[in-house]
Design a protein around this ligand. Structure first.
Ligand SMILES: Nc1nc2c(c(=O)[nH]1)N[C@H]1C(S)=C(S)[C@@H](COP(=O)(O)O)O[C@H]1N2
Ligand SMILES: [Mo]
Length: 203
């Protein structure tokens, strides 16, 4: 009895009404953190890891792990939404904002493709990864990002369905034209805004 009252107070009343308004259409809340990967988990040693900006840039850029970790980073708390319908609220990440990575880089491009160890790709308009909307995250909940969740580093683009948040990301290719990535070529929506329920081509 006591336990029940306690758990209701703890999980329920205060959070639920607000939580509902934070849930995009067709989504349900989870408290665990599901793992969704299209293939095996790659494990690149940090000595061989780098992050690069290539494509339509004045000068390609590359950071080793140590150089990347020396960049200014920030903590962000965001809700995440997977197209398989789970959403998780208030996830805490630390990462380098894509704005920071692009700082001082000259480019003539409107799109990016994120590429990853293991071959996964996802495409995004530059507009969706700039202006404080996307990070290359290396920590989750105050701990180094687990390999299963994309460690050592993953893209975090929380305002779009979570397939855009490429795990094991190794760089961005900037381009003047849009090139569908892995799921986008397989029938998923090109942009994937959860609030507009852009799940599949034609949504
Ligand atoms: N490299 C890579 N990134 C990926 C995926 C993947 O299979 N490979 N899956 C995507 C999908 S569909 C989702 S929902 C999220 C899942 O992230 P999680 O396993 O940390 O929950 O990663 C996205 N990023
Ligand atoms: Mo997903």
């Amino acid at each position: 009895m006591c336990a029940r009252i306690f758990s209701r107070g703890f999980h329920g009343r205060r959070q639920e009404p607000e939580d509902a308004s934070r849930l995009p259409p067709g989504q349900y809340l989870v408290r665990d953190f599901p793992v969704l990967s299209a293939g095996p988990t790659p494990r690149t040693p940090l000595e061989r890891w780098d992050f690069s900006l290539s494509g339509e840039v004045g000068q390609p850029r590359r950071w080793t792990w140590d150089e990347f970790r020396a960049l200014p980073s920030e903590f962000v708390t965001r809700d995440i939404h997977c197209v398989t319908r789970w959403s998780k609220l208030d996830t805490l990440w630390e990462g380098v904002s894509v704005d920071t990575l692009l700082d001082g880089v000259e480019y003539d491009a409107e799109y990016v493709v994120a590429f990853c160890d293991g071959g996964y790709t996802t495409n995004l308009p530059l507009e969706d990864v700039t202006g404080g909307k996307a990070w290359v995250a290396f920590s989750y909940n105050g701990e180094p990002l687990e390999a299963a969740h994309g460690g050592p580093a993953r893209l975090l683009v929380p305002h779009l369905y979570f397939w855009k948040s490429a795990k094991w990301v190794r760089g961005l290719t900037l381009s003047g034209h849009d090139e569908p990535g892995f799921w986008e070529s397989a029938g998923y929506h090109n942009r994937g805004d959860p609030w507009q329920e852009q799940r599949y081509w034609g949504d």
